[in-house]
Design a protein around this ligand. Structure first.
Ligand code: NAP
Length: 455
């Protein structure tokens, strides 16, 4: 047996079964937090890399020296606990295990452990932390841990340890929730999936649409090869289009939810599942749309250094000199150009503000009123500015028949449909009579009587 330092007081001792990656990292953090740590191992004499200050014993002896035992062993080996049932009676067992895939076993690991050792109190927890993060100390991102179990007292013991380790434990309920907790580490960006699919789908659809309208059309009708435009011109058209549509998709569910509440005359009925899911991924939709807007800005900034543009400007200037011609300065065009650029810059500035305030570290220091003012009021203003920016881009070309190549409208015209609809619906919602009803519904009023009396 290995004894490096005198054993700490009994009540402050925690036992860890398993001297693998997680067991050792957890043991180290427990030691750093002031606990005495006793490892239970199959080979107590040959265990290496044990954190300095911990003891290593056989499972039975280790179990007797602590009330709380963390089982840092793979679930497949849990049957070694059955012969220890007597020593584990009345102890709190923390099941930290995870699986390789969802529904790998008929029951959750936590429930399986409880069935093997019915005399102990099993608490599921810490499984969302990795050995690496435990060793490196909790950062903001992985401070949160979830626990569940059938015994309130056992959960309190585990929560107290978690707090002392600098973690923030959230009680998710009874042990039947264990499967849900075991699925957490298997999730791969669950809330990003739908927004990413939308972004990829829209980018691909508009890319091919513009490829046909701009590049293939020029080749088919005039024999001109302008395929080089794919890299910058086409990309710089796809990015703002996708960005504006995604920003509208970020604000459309909120508007639809308000109309649904108006129609139902109450806020106490659940939204349909599709609307719920849509609302839950608004942040991701907004961040992706900011990403596309950012790419649009970068593409626009490099325009002056493009060979194509420099060649065209030189050619044009030379031809003016050669033909001894001058062009008149058009104030209207200057106004339009400056307004278009200015609205774009203002819109992008607000876009960035929305992105920054969606970061947890920033939103945590804002009051709910401040957060909703920025995300809702300034968010709709951003949509308005970006939509106006796109309308100015189209300017008077909307009525010119030459832009409808092969009878198809340009991409910027198509992308204006959704933001215009969202802004119109929002305008309806903020008209005084509708706004008053919506505010009353949000305060709990129900049409036809209900929770509160109609004023
Ligand atoms: P590991 O490195 O393979 O260690 C597992 C330990 O279990 C071994 O070192 C061994 O310790 C013990 N063990 C192995 N076979 C055994 C058997 N037949 N009977 C009794 N004990 C046996 O695994 P790990 O990465 O530490 O993971 C341990 C548990 O934590 C797993 O359930 C895993 O899902 C969970 N987890 C791991 C991480 C992580 O980042 N690694 C994160 C979250 C959750 P002794 O030689 O001392 O007996």
């Amino acid at each position: 047996m290995r004894e490096a330092v005198p054993a700490p007081p009994e009540c402050e001792r925690v036992c860890v079964f398993g001297t693998g990656d997680l067991g050792r990292s957890l043991g180290l953090r427990l030691l750093q937090a002031g606990y005495g740590v006793v490892f239970g191992s199959r080979r107590p004499h040959s265990s290496s890399l044990i954190p300095h200050g911990a003891q290593v014993q056989g499972h039975a002896a280790a179990a007797q020296s602590a009330h709380l035992i963390c089982i840092a062993v793979q679930r497949e080996h849990y049957d070694f606990l059955v012969p220890l049932a007597n020593q584990l009676k009345g102890k709190v067992l923390v099941d930290v295990s995870n699986n390789l895939r969802k529904n790998q076993y008929p029951e959750s690991n936590g429930e399986y452990l409880q069935s093997l050792v019915p005399g102990a109190e099993v608490v599921k927890g810490f499984n969302t932390l990795s050995a690496w993060s435990l060793q490196n100390g909790p950062s903001d991102a992985n401070r949160q841990v979830y626990i569940c179990g059938d015994s309130v007292e056992a959960k309190q013991v585990v929560m107290a340890v978690a707090t002392k380790l600098g973690l923030s434990a959230l009680d998710r309920g009874s042990l039947s929730v264990a499967r849900e907790l075991e699925d957490f580490p298997l999730q791969l960006f669950p809330q990003w999936r739908l927004p990413l699919r939308i972004a990829i789908g829209l980018s691909a659809a508009f890319f091919f649409y513009l490829l046909i309208r701009d590049i293939i059309y020029a080749y088919a009708t005039q024999g001109k090869d302008i395929s080089f435009r794919i890299m910058v011109s086409l990309a710089n058209k796809v990015c703002p289009i996708v960005s504006l549509i995604m920003l509208s998709l970020c604000y459309l569910p909120g508007v639809l939810a308000s109309f649904l509440q108006l129609y139902r005359g109450t806020k106490y009925r659940r939204f349909p599942d599709w609307l719920d899911r849509w609302m839950l991924c608004r942040k991701q939709l907004g961040l992706l749309s900011l990403g596309f807007a950012f790419l649009h800005v970068l593409y626009t900034l490099i325009l002056p250094i493009r060979y194509y543009l420099m060649f065209w400007v030189t050619e044009h200037t030379v031809s003016l000199i050669r033909e001894n011609r001058t062009t008149m300065f058009d104030t209207t065009t200057a106004w339009r150009g400056d307004s278009y650029l200015s609205l774009g810059i203002l819109g992008f500035g607000l876009y960035v503000l929305l992105g920054i305030t969606s970061l947890p570290s920033v939103s945590n220091v804002l009051s709910w009123r401040e957060f909703s003012f920025i995300q809702s009021k300034l968010g709709h203003l951003t949509l308005l500015l970006c939509t106006a920016h796109t309308y100015l881009y189209g300017w008077n070309r909307f009525l010119s028949s030459s832009i409808y190549k092969w009878y198809t409208p340009p991409g910027y015209m198509l992308c204006l449909v959704l933001p215009s609809v969202v802004l119109l619906l929002k305008l309806l919602l903020i008209t005084p009579c509708v706004d008053r009803t919506i505010t009353r519904i949000h305060q709990g009023w129900e049409r036809g009587g209900g929770r509160s009396e109609e004023p």
